[in-house]
Design a protein around this ligand. Sequence first.
Ligand SMILES: N[C@@H](CCC(=O)N[C@@H](CS)C(=O)NCC(=O)O)C(=O)O
Length: 206
Amino acid sequence: MKFYYSPGACSLGIHFLLEEIGVDYEGIAIHIKNGDQLKDAYLKVNPKSKVPAILRDDGSLLTEFGVIAHWLTQTYARGRFEPESFEQELRIMETLDYIVATVHMQGYSRILRPQKFTRNEDDLDWVRDNGKDIVMKAAGFLSDQMGDHPFIMGERLTIADAALFYTLFWGVARLKLDLPQNLIAYFERMCARPAALGAMRLEELI
Ligand SMILES: N[C@@H](CCC(=O)N[C@@H](CS)C(=O)NCC(=O)O)C(=O)O
């Protein structure tokens, strides 16, 4: 399979999962900072012009973080990632969706790309602050959910951790936000995992 990512983007969460699972893949860097996602070569692969994307061996393309994460784990590491119950599966999806759709798309997008939300230069700081409020409010919920557990869903690594990992890469490593201590400690634990180190090295982030 071919895995399309941009260094340090949300695709880092999928990169982490690929390394964690230990499946063979070819990583292809699409540098968002150079606008590679909008160039013909990539649009032919993924007309949505986003990463992450996975071109499977049967020639079909899979997009959307949660879908890719679900497919990878259920296809290549079902035993390790199979939810224990339907209720647990729902809670994992609920957490992952919240992180991707709210924390990333509503919060960090405003902080990191405020110009996508206003044409008015004078509003940029207001948009960034609005994004920070969304991230900090969500961090409170996620911190309460994590408590003293090792992972966001409790005792086991799940695909929700892959999403939390990339958002904390932005919040802790990049922006150094004043996040709850248990989330910072979690991020440090995640960074020490060989899969996270491998993904970050491959993306030349460390
Ligand atoms: N809904 C998509 C969002 C993916 C997304 O927004 N990716 C960003 C990188 S973090 C991207 O490709 N941005 C390129 C652009 O907006 O031009 C998903 O869940 O995978």
